[in-house]
Design a protein around this ligand. Structure first.
Ligand code: SF4
Length: 413
């Protein structure tokens, strides 16, 4: 997310160009109409992470500090980032306890052109730790922070594999590391990071057999994009590769895939009559793919209309108006006072919630502790996730069992 690329074939876009040879050429000239809210917040959190690591500070030290895109560090942002900061420090300590000397690099550009064949291409990993033992054994650890809610797989994650290969190319370790550990911290999904240990020879084989051939093909198609139409067989739609592709709203292959999913796959399920829970379970994994496409098309239609272009069957109208507000608080206050309104008719006065109060007491730990003992927090509402999600499953008794328990008297008092 926070790579500063000078590259068409970026590590964070690797899932796309590795799987779909046409993707880079298809994106050329397409506007980026994705909703930036989440990615901008993620960028701001990465900025805070880099500050914490650079100056060895806790995230809460920066409460109130303004980050990119106007975000101010608050308790939620600080908490998320602190989880990653702690993870990085814990890992360094763990290496040192085994007798390794460590070096930590944060936000460092690493070369990837030896893999992608694109001149001067680089990517910037969030954190790279190099651990070296006196026995000449060495390991590279790549840590990436993800601040989104959609769980990201660490095993065979091409973005992190490229960072690790880029770090090896830097020759930070002499002799070269034999192993690598790839780590993803995703505080919104789990406080525990997910990690994958891999040999350097596996990474190099992957680069040679998979990444470099895919990069060569994508670059070749990109170079020829003006001279010939993109071939149908070089599109390869799928959830991971299409998710961040700028052409997903207008890509014919993506549309075909959606038709296939909602046509063939869904109708095979519907053929059996009314759907039962196992049918819904079969539909569930396809929803993100279809939903992503719907959002992309909506975004693109809005973009075209805002550009003044016609999209038949649609038009721009004024949306819901914002809340009414005083043009001038001072003038409104003076006028209301002249009406001799009572204080309680003019003003609202309400106790602040725990968040701003704890911020206020951040330098008074004893008072903050007393306040904390009065705080309560509702549990999160049940939320449907993929079965591979790391959060523990909520135990919900089937309604039939609940009734059975009442009938048997086991739940009666
Ligand atoms: S939308 Fe998907 S299939 Fe189409 S070019 Fe992009 S990655 Fe390839």
């Amino acid at each position: 997310m926070n790579d500063e690329y000078h590259a068409l074939l970026s590590p964070s876009g690797a899932a796309k160009w590795l799987a779909c040879p046409n993707s880079i050429a298809a994106e050329d000239g397409q506007p980026d109409v994705s909703d930036k809210t989440a990615s901008e917040l993620g960028t701001a959190k990465h900025e805070l992470l880099a500050l914490c690591l650079k100056y060895s500070q806790e995230a809460k030290t920066y409460l109130g500090h303004e980050l990119k895109f106007g975000y101010k560090v608050d308790a939620d942002i600080a908490n998320d980032v602190q989880i990653v900061v702690d993870g990085v420090h814990d890992r360094i300590k763990a290496y040192q306890l085994t007798g390794a000397a460590t070096e930590m690099y944060s936000e460092q550009n690493v070369p990837i052109s030896h893999i992608t064949a694109e001149k001067d291409a680089t990517g910037a990993a969030d954190v790279i730790i190099v651990a070296q033992w006196p026995s000449d054994r060495a390991e590279i650890c790549v840590i990436d922070a993800k601040f989104g809610y959609r769980a990201v797989e660490v095993e065979e994650n091409p973005q992190l594999m490229l960072y690790a290969l880029g770090a090896l190319e830097k020759n930070w370790v002499v002799p070269e590391a034999q192993t690598a550990v790839l780590v993803i911290h995703q505080p919104a999904v789990s406080e525990e990071p997910s990690e994958w240990a891999v040999t350097v020879s596996h990474l190099k084989r992957w680069a040679k057999e998979t990444a470099t051939p895919a990069a060569n093909k994508a670059l070749l198609i990109y170079a020829m994009r003006d001279g010939r139409a993109l071939k149908e067989e070089d599109f390869n739609p799928g959830e991971k590769q299409c998710q961040w592709c700028r052409s997903k709203a207008v890509c014919p292959a993506r549309l075909e895939k959606v038709k296939e999913v909602v046509g063939d796959d869904f109708s095979a399920i519907a053929d059996a009559g009314m759907l039962i829970p196992s049918d819904l379970g079969d539909i569930w994994p396809m929803l993100d793919f279809v939903e992503d496409w719907i959002k992309a098309v909506r975004g693109r239609v809005e973009y075209e209309l805002l550009q003044g272009n016609e999209v038949p069957g649609t038009k721009l109208v004024e949306g819901r108006r914002g809340n009414r507000s005083w043009e001038s608080d001072d003038e409104a206050e003076a006028l209301l006072k002249s009406f001799r309104l009572k204080q309680e008719e003019m003003y609202s006065f309400k106790l602040l919630g725990p968040k701003p109060i704890l911020e206020l007491l951040k330098d008074q730990p004893r008072r903050a502790k007393k306040v904390e003992s009065l705080i309560t927090q509702k549990s999160g509402k049940p939320h449907v996730a993929h079965i591979s999600d790391k959060r523990p499953m909520l135990e919900i008794k089937p309604v039939v069992e609940e009734f059975q328990a009442v009938e048997d008297g086991s739940d009666l008092v």
